[in-house]
Write a protein that binds this ligand. Structure first.
Ligand code: NI
Length: 200
């Protein structure tokens, strides 16, 4: 009976994960702490993309230091600019303690988000934000590694992108430490970031 219960609970958790990660920028994720779920160990992985200065950027460059990573696009009306602003404010608040922290913003709209456009967009935020773009296949690889989802949605004026709105807090070993969810209280985010920076 206990075994069966465990199996059933596992199934429930899997469904919750699937639903949470299917949440989009327009319907922000309410997924609880990913880190508590068994799937946490399988979040993260290698990718090769291009940064906002046009240089190739490998996930290997992130090794040995904590980073906060999320997916979005520069024409996002709400979630992405808010997240970047919140993270920039957190970096300012954390001051020297956040020296080691890199913020990684990966576009899910490479068709429009060229390195030049990313560079111009990111001028409005903390200078530590690394903006990454690439070929559709390169971006798909990065999104798969983080179990993030995105899709193109037609609008009257063209298209928009729905995307996973979680911020993945990765430790120096490249393991998922926690996640930030959209419009979580600033104090909660600060605690999570501070805990991330304390992890060895
Ligand atoms: Ni967005």
């Amino acid at each position: 009976m206990r075994m069966l219960r465990l199996v059933l609970w596992g199934a429930v958790a899997s469904v919750a994960i699937a639903l949470g990660l299917a949440s989009t920028g327009l319907v922000p994720s309410r997924l609880p702490e990913l880190a508590r779920l068994p799937l946490a160990a399988s979040v993260g992985g290698p990718f090769e993309l291009t940064d906002q200065s046009g240089k190739r950027f490998s996930s290997a460059q992130l090794a040995g230091k904590p980073f906060a990573l999320f997916f979005g696009f520069t024409q996002c009306p709400d979630v992405c600019p808010t997240t970047l602003l919140e993270l920039s404010n957190q970096l300012a608040e954390l001051g020297g303690n956040a020296r080691e922290l890199t913020i990684v913003f990966i576009t899910v709209d490479p068709e429009r988000d060229t390195p030049e456009l990313l560079a111009a967009y990111l001028k409005s935020f903390d200078a530590r934000v690394v903006g990454l773009t690439g070929t559709p296949a390169e971006i798909a690889t990065a999104a798969r590694a983080y179990r993030a989802v995105y899709e193109k949605v037609a609008t009257s004026g063209g298209y928009t992108m729905n995307h996973t709105a979680l911020v993945y807090l990765m430790d120096a070993k490249g393991l998922l430490a926690s996640t930030l969810t959209f419009q979580e209280p600033a104090a909660t985010q600060r605690q999570k970031l501070a805990r991330l920076l304390e992890r060895k």
